[in-house]
Design a protein. Structure first.
Length: 752
């Protein structure tokens, strides 16, 4: 199944083995602090959102919300000089909440919510990204993930940067709500190794502790290969196997991320990083809400596919980057990222609920998907002055190509009564009543044209520039512009005689601008305007199987205030008010073809966000966030949609995480997150009924004991065992995603 990735995986494995061999081959002592200055300059700094960052950064021990986020401007500009909402969640915060994947951070990320089954289904400021939005999740500022369905692991991350708002000017095809940039751990000179083991289980909703247990093991080792610190390595790995709280379901995974950095000289560095990610998990589409009434769903553990139905994913990414600093201080940063990905899923999937309100119609589906992406970004960053004005500027070019092959090997709609009847009772599901999966024909003769084998090819190229202009001691101006073009082509591989469907998109001037007023070093007041642009996916189809969709465009207006290091660094935070208008937002629903779309006229999100990081005492730290988001349809040719709330977009969300160091070794933490009520779908003319989803408040506690090189952490999530529903999927009434019951995590970590 995975022969396409064998060469890339071999490269990643060779990189790991070469690093380990080099380390084991040498017996020298760790490189002293007085090593050559060339190593000290850390020119191995990698782009993180397009800017350089010294590898050995100085950070406040245990700081939750950091001030080093630089993704919003794609150059080395501090948060206080950024006229947009940006937040950086540090490694200390990730570890404190025991987040092993990105989605587990959403409860404590302001303006963000889970919005579906894939790792890319995320709601930012009320607007949903999807599995085809590569730029909603970036790795060091570059698109392309090693996996698609499971949320990305955090084991290899130094911090997580959240940028909210329309940022297509610098990053290309972004939904207007924002994106997440995952900043990876880089090789370091000083040798260090960390080993962790984590046990998981549930203790709620009639699940006994240990009844559905799991474990996760990770390794992180870094250091210098040679005496001079010219060659650095880092190898990160993770292996896990767990049963989930849903009946018959499991999740197994492997992850390895080797990296090498070569400090060629005082001003040049080359870096190579690879990722290998494999997962084997149960195929699961959640619960079913009869009559769109969440009160009628079955218990959260109920499972409707067949035991053994699964999805396997394997992905390999390769990252190469060059950073060079010229004599005048100008830096040249170039990165290339490649993704090779395969998935194979075999399942009995949800189709519709019959009028009796309890019989779920299923189909047998076998889908293979292969994805290959190549993306690059090359930019120059420089400073200069003209008269009284000082400039920090970046000019760059980015682009890439992609190929996605989706092959429906089986798409058999249930026929009842008969041997190929796959219906199941949602309140009393009896499994094992269907034929063996391989014995089911590829398609139902009654619907013979639903087997597809399509290839989607994309090419894009863009030029961009951004500048921060210091007008005076207190005033700064931020401006940016992007020129882009893209071509998409979909090829019917099942019918070679059919002509390819081609869509071309071009945007000659995609702007952004912001004005900042800084009365002193602690305060910034700002206002900004920015735009977003996402070409319509030619693989999406309406109820007739056609693709009449226009590009998604958005514009955002934002004003706000930021504060940093007040009262000797004890207070930091931000307040933002915004309005985002998006044209041609798409709405998904179930149809005989599988999933279909219609295109709304205009949607709008208006809101306010408040964030704070407080250190009232040396032992107490509090991270707080609140968001009011009014995301709704404001114009549509379907009357019932006008003023309807967007799906998975609660108006009220809030979170707080508090940690108190009782002693130097013992810390207690308490977290509370609130998701207000939300709509599970946008109505259509054929199905105008709404689907209100209840809000919920969850509480977590954690106890951490740290002595010398060892750390033990015990965390209990959802301590009051609250029944809740995290999101709805593409076909909402038959794809309700329940949240986990009370859960327990015990972890041990040793650092050498």
């Amino acid at each position: 199944m995975y022969t396409r990735n064998s060469l890339s995986f071999a490269t990643a494995l060779a990189l790991s083995l070469a690093s380990l061999s080099a380390v084991r081959a040498q017996e020298q002592e760790p490189v002293p602090d007085s090593a050559p200055a060339a190593a000290e300059t850390e020119t191995q700094a990698r782009t993180e959102g397009g800017q350089s960052e010294a590898l050995e950064t100085v950070e406040i021990e245990g700081k939750f919300l950091e001030t080093s986020a630089q993704s919003a401007m794609k150059m080395e500009v501090p948060v206080m000089d950024t006229p947009f909402s940006v937040q950086s969640y540090g490694k200390a915060f990730i570890e404190s909440v025991e987040a092993t994947d990105i989605s587990q951070m959403f409860s404590y990320m302001t303006g963000v919510k889970k919005a579906g089954f894939t790792g890319f289904d995320i709601s930012f400021r009320g607007f949903k990204s999807t599995g085809d939005d590569q730029n909603s999740l970036l790795v060091d500022g570059m698109p392309g993930m090693a996996g698609r369905y499971g949320s990305p692991p955090t084991v290899a991350l130094e911090r997580i940067e959240l940028v909210r708002g329309a940022m297509s000017v610098l990053y290309g095809q972004n939904q207007p709500g924002g994106f997440i940039n995952m900043v990876t751990k880089k090789p370091k000179r000083e040798r260090a190794t960390s080993v962790g083991i984590r046990g998981t289980g549930y203790a709620g909703h009639d699940i006994s502790l240990g009844g559905r247990a799991g474990y996760l093991i990770d390794l992180d080792t870094t250091g210098s290969i040679d005496d001079d610190g010219r060659f650095l390595y880092r190898i990160i790995g993770e292996f896990g196997d767990r049963d989930t709280f849903r009946d018959y379901t499991y999740d197994k995974g492997k992850y390895i991320a080797p990296a090498l950095t070569w400090n060629v000289g005082d001003s040049t560095s080359l870096s190579a990083r690879a990722e290998y990610r494999y997962s084997d998990s149960s195929f699961d589409q959640g619960l079913v809400a009869p009559n769109r009434d969440i009160r009628l769903v079955a218990p959260i553990t109920t499972y409707y596919s067949e035991p053994g139905n699964n999805r396997e994913e394997e992905g390999v990414t390769t990252n190469l980057s060059l950073l060079h600093t010229f004599g005048n201080g100008t830096t040249w940063n170039t990165t290339w990222r490649r993704v090779d990905y395969d998935s194979d899923q075999r399942e009995f999937s949800h189709v519709r609920l019959l009028s009796d309100g309890r019989t779920l119609v299923r189909r047998a589906r076998h889908l293979k998907t292969a994805r290959k992406y190549d993306n690059f970004d090359s930019s120059l960053a420089f400073d200069f002055t003209t008269g009284p004005l000082a400039y920090k500027m970046t000019v760059g070019v980015s682009g890439g190509n992609g190929q996605v092959d989706e092959n429906r090997l089986k798409f058999f709609n249930s026929t009842c009564p008969g041997v190929y009847c796959f219906n199941i009772d949602i309140y009393d599901p009896i499994h094992g009543q269907v034929p063996a999966f391989d014995d089911i024909p590829a398609n139902n003769p009654a619907t013979p044209n639903l087997l597809t084998n399509n290839r989607l090819k994309t090419e894009n190229l863009a030029f961009y520039t951004a500048a921060l202009i210091t007008l005076s001691e207190r005033w700064k101006l931020s401006v940016g512009l992007r020129n882009l073009r893209e071509e998409q082509k979909i090829i019917n591989r099942r019918d070679p005689t059919s002509a390819p469907v081609v869509k071309k998109s071009r945007k000659s001037a995609l702007p952004m601008a912001g004005l900042l007023f800084q009365p002193n070093e602690h305060w910034t007041l700002y206002g900004s305007y920015s735009e977003s642009y996402v070409p319509a996916d030619p693989d999406d189809q309406d109820i007739n199987g056609a693709n009449p969709f226009d590009p998604l465009t958005g514009e955002q207006y934002e004003v706000g205030v930021k504060v940093e290091d007040l009262f000797e660094g004890r207070v930091g935070g931000s307040l933002a008010l915004y309005r985002i208008d998006e044209l041609n937002v798409k709405n998904s629903f179930s149809c005989p073809l599988g999933v279909c779309y219609d295109q709304l006229g205009e949607a709008r999100s208006e809101g306010v966000e408040i964030e704070a990081n407080l250190n009232p005492t040396d032992r107490l730290q509090v991270a707080f966030g609140y968001a009011y988001t009014d995301a709704r349809v404001v114009a549509s040719n379907i009357a019932v949609q006008v003023d309807a709330q967007l799906a998975n977009a609660p108006k009220q969300t809030a979170n707080i995480w508090t940690s108190y160091s009782i002693t130097d070794a013992f810390t207690a933490s308490v977290g509370v997150s609130h998701i207000g009520k939300y709509q599970g779908l946008v109505p259509t003319a054929a199905a105008p009924q709404l689907m209100p989803m209840p809000g919920y408040t969850l509480a977590d506690i954690a106890l951490t004991y740290k002595v010398d090189r060892y750390t033990i952490n015990l965390k209990m999530g959802n301590i009051f065992d609250k029944t809740h529903y995290e999101a709805t999927g593409l076909t909402a009434p038959i794809q309700v995603i329940p949240g986990p019951p009370r859960n327990v995590t015990l972890s041990f970590r040793a650092t050498f």
